[in-house]
Design a protein around this ligand. Structure first.
Ligand code: SF4
Ligand code: SF4
Ligand code: FES
Length: 365
């Protein structure tokens, strides 16, 4: 098949960038990484990119296709080429570009190291000289975080990192949750304390781009939600982000609304609120915020209260209360647990994942 690619080339010595177009002949099963290999072998040996395993394990081949981070070895070119689309390939975002599609991973590893990404055991030796037995449900809490291959695709897309390069970031925080939630680790509270800083968990803007782009289903945003919930459960709520979240829960429970007018005094304190009085009055004048008094109570506030009580009564504080969507995703992607539905029917559902191309399928169907 004919595959077209436009690649952003970058020369760090001169600082020059250039969009270069290639048209190549590739086998139908080719991935983006195969296409780059063909370009390097047969068209331009100076093209720089990283790769190693070619099977979505090593995390080396992260880059952007049409502005969104992908693993090159996971991205099939067949559908794209059939559609006549010529994708634009560029280096990952939020990391300095060294050459073409290669980024400097040092800032990434510095953040990774900052969360002590290793087990700090909370035990000396197993009872009776045997191994420690951990109930599977305890390990399920960190099952997804343990799948991370350190590719950096989530970091590439992170909005919070774009505005604050010091933000710890989705990959390092997912790794942090990997050990905060590990029942064998003995430093949970210490770890949580260390993550509740100016550039820590509460700086995430909850854009969910990291979940969307992670090629391994780690869902780093969910890991950050678990760290926030667990911090609260441990009474670590001094950060403004934690106060903000707590106020929203109180507000939704008492009136059924998110009363943003009271957010500043409740989270930043009275002094900060007084300093912003003029701004608040301007907002009120333009109808952007409702008057704080009397507080507006939603007609169906009882529903909000019942929901609050239902969640509380389930008795799942901290990370155990964070619901993840992996089962739904796995049903969409692989049809697991889908009853009598065929794979074809699953892929035809609105919003379902694209059916992967399987070489030779047409001949045998
Ligand atoms: S959800 Fe948070 S961590 Fe994830 S990409 Fe958005 S800002 Fe970054
Ligand atoms: S969380 Fe996902 S996207 Fe981020 S580094 Fe790990 S595997 Fe890659
Ligand atoms: S080459 Fe290893 S993940 Fe793509």
């Amino acid at each position: 098949m004919q595959v077209g690619l436009k690649i952003w080339r970058f020369n760090a010595k001169t600082g020059e960038r250039e969009l270069q177009e290639f048209e190549i002949d590739a086998p139908e099963e080719a991935t983006l990484l195969d296409a780059l290999d063909i370009i390097k072998d047969r068209h331009d040996g100076t093209l720089a990119y990283r790769k190693s395993c070619r099977m979505m394990i090593c995390g080396s081949c992260g880059m952007r296709m049409d502005g969104a981070a992908v693993l090159a070895c996971k991205t099939r070119m067949y559908d794209i080429a059939q559609a006549g689309h010529v994708p634009v390939i560029s280096a990952m975002g939020n990391l300095p570009v060294v050459k073409d599609l290669v980024v400097d991973m040092d800032p990434f590893w510095a953040k990774f190291n900052s969360v002590d990404p290793y087990l700090r055991p909370g035990f000396q030796e197993a009872p009776d000289g045997r191994e420690h037995l951990i109930p599977p449900e305890r390990m399920t809490v960190i099952h997804k975080e343990a799948l991370c291959i350190n590719c950096g695709c989530c970091v590439s897309e992170c909005n919070a990192m774009e505005s604050d390069p010091q933000f710890t970031g989705p990959q390092a925080l997912a790794k942090a949750m990997r050990f905060v939630g590990d029942p064998r680790d003995g430093h949970k509270v210490e770890r949580l304390e260390a993550l509740n800083h100016e550039h820590g968990i509460w700086e995430c803007t909850r854009c969910y781009f990291c979940n969307e782009r992670c090629p391994k289903g780690v869902d780093p945003r969910d890991a950050i939600a678990k760290l926030g919930a667990e911090s609260m459960a441990e009474g670590i709520d001094r950060d403004m982000g934690a106060k903000h979240a707590k106020w929203f829960v109180t507000s939704a429970k008492t009136t059924g609304w998110l009363r943003e007018t009271e957010l500043v005094p409740k989270t930043q304190g009275i002094v900060a609120a007084i300093k912003q009085t003029r701004f608040a009055l301007d907002l009120a004048k333009h109808g952007k915020v409702p008057p704080p008094f009397p507080p507006h109570v939603a007609k169906d506030v009882d529903e909000a209260r019942r929901l609050h009580d239902l969640v509380r009564d389930r008795g799942r504080p901290g990370y155990s209360g964070i619901v993840q969507g992996e089962r739904a995703l796995s049903r969409l992607a692989h049809g697991h647990g889908a009853g009598s539905e065929t794979l074809e029917e699953i892929y035809e559902r609105p919003g379902a994942f694209h059916r992967p191309y399987i070489a030779g399928e047409e001949e045998t169907a």
